[in-house]
Design a protein around this ligand. Structure first.
Ligand code: FES
Length: 82
């Protein structure tokens, strides 16, 4: 996943925005990332990935899947939820 890819697809929050938010605000719990343009407060798909990025900010998101499979897996996730 590139920095300009959306990490929270519900609210169009890019990975870059989330990483910047983590650097500046140093949230203590993942739920605080909701203050970053609402990240994680929609379908819930991105929450484990937000948590992963928060716990390992130095990874720069290397542990995240590529944007295409991320989006298609979310689609599946949402169809299972409904
Ligand atoms: S993708 Fe972030 S809440 Fe849906």
């Amino acid at each position: 996943m590139n920095d300009d890819d959306e990490l929270c697809l519900c609210f169009h929050v890019t990975k870059r925005k989330v990483m910047q938010f983590i650097r500046v605000n140093q949230p203590r719990v993942p739920s605080q990332l909701s203050d970053c343009y609402g990240a994680g407060t929609g379908c819930g798909w991105c929450r484990p990935f937000l948590k992963r990025l928060m716990e390992q900010p130095d990874s720069e998101g290397d542990l995240l899947p590529d944007a295409e499979s991320y989006a298609s897996e979310r689609k599946e996730y949402r169809s299972r939820k409904n």
